[in-house]
Design a binder for this molecule. Structure first.
Ligand SMILES: NC(=O)c1ccc[n+]([C@@H]2O[C@H](COP(=O)([O-])OP(=O)(O)OC[C@H]3O[C@@H](n4cnc5c(N)ncnc54)[C@H](OP(=O)(O)O)[C@@H]3O)[C@@H](O)[C@H]2O)c1
Length: 282
């Protein structure tokens, strides 16, 4: 089997592999452990999970099945907005670690903002997890510019990343600029727009000219931008393998800019009514 390890990006003195394996919604749970272990065999060293996904147990089993040293694998998990109060947050992290069978995660994120709980309280619990060694790094997800500014100002420990929806069909310039200004990496969730960008004629043409697939070009367009990490999901081994095999070619400046133009479609896919903040436009 071909093994490809992604290069790493650094922030706050830590190194995160630029491609992680997304583990949201495994429609066939019986295959989850095999797929996660398979991703590690293909060379992935970064797994993205969350309490909300129900995949933490399988992530832990997949890691143990791989027999890789713990320190070689980057594990991210998240605390849901229902657990934004400090006590609930701590219990959620404890449950996550037990489900994973790990004594720390590499990155712990606030999954969604929670307007009903003061942000200071949740950030206090997040920072405490880092100080206590339960999370080596901490960050946020689905935070807008205003929320990010507030979080950076109020968190006593440095933030590592903001995990946001970003792919070729959505413009996120403002929030990405805010992440860079504060020294945070950007982690892109739904980097393939849940498959929508794979049918795009421009992306397909660029893929053909490089002898690559549309998925590889869509992911390359992301990781070729500064400070960007991607966490695609794939339920087929060929997809898992393809999605990390993106470091042996470069998109030209013209291809980068043409694909960037597709963002004017502004298709936001992850926008749950109950959780959405007031998004930044553009
Ligand atoms: N922080 C957040 O709020 C948040 C929200 C959403 C997602 N996430 C994270 O982001 C990860 C990725 O998001 P996602 O899974 O929703 O969407 P995605 O990665 O953009 O797209 C996944 C879809 O693309 C297909 N696919 C993947 N690789 C392919 C390839 N090489 N060729 C053809 N098709 C391919 C997948 O097929 P299969 O059906 O075979 O998988 C699936 O249908 C999640 O798993 C999760 O870890 C985070």
């Amino acid at each position: 089997m071909q093994t490809i390890e992604a290069p790493t990006l650094s922030a706050q003195g830590a190194q995160i592999p630029a491609v992680g394996y997304g583990t949201m919604l495994f429609p066939v749970p019986e295959r989850a452990v095999e797929l996660i272990a398979g991703s590690l065999e293909h060379g992935y060293r970064h797994i993205d999970t969350a309490r909300k996904y129900g995949s933490e147990k399988w992530v832990g089993e997949g890691i143990r099945a791989s027999s890789l040293p713990r320190k070689d694998i980057w594990v991210t998990t998240k605390v849901t907005e229902e657990n934004a109060k400090a006590g609930d947050f701590e219990r959620s992290l404890d449950t996550s670690l037990k489900a994973l069978g790990l004594d720390y995660v590499d990155l712990l994120l606030i999954h969604w903002p929670q307007p009903k709980v003061p942000l200071e309280e949740t950030l206090g619990a997040l920072a405490k997890a880092r100080r206590g060694g339960l999370a080596k790094n901490i960050g946020v997800s689905n935070f807008t510019v205003a929320l990010l500014n507030e979080a950076v100002g109020k968190c006593s420990e440095p933030l590592f990343t903001n995990q946001i929806e970003y792919h070729a069909y959505i413009r996120q310039d403002k929030v990405i600029a805010a992440c860079r200004k504060h020294g945070l990496l950007v982690t892109c969730h739904v980097p393939l727009a849940r498959g929508a960008v794979l049918k795009d004629p421009l992306i397909r043409d660029v893929a053909t000219s490089h002898g690559k697939t549309a998925a590889q070009v869509a992911l390359k367009w992301l990781v070729q931008q500064p400070d960007i990490v991607v966490v695609p999901r794939g339920l087929e081994h060929f997809e898992i393998q393809e999605n990390i095999d993106i470091f042996d070619f470069e998109l030209t400046a013209s291809e980068m800019s043409q694909i960037s133009g597709l963002r004017d479609r502004n298709q936001r896919l992850v926008d749950p009514e109950v959780r959405r903040p007031v998004w930044d436009e553009g």
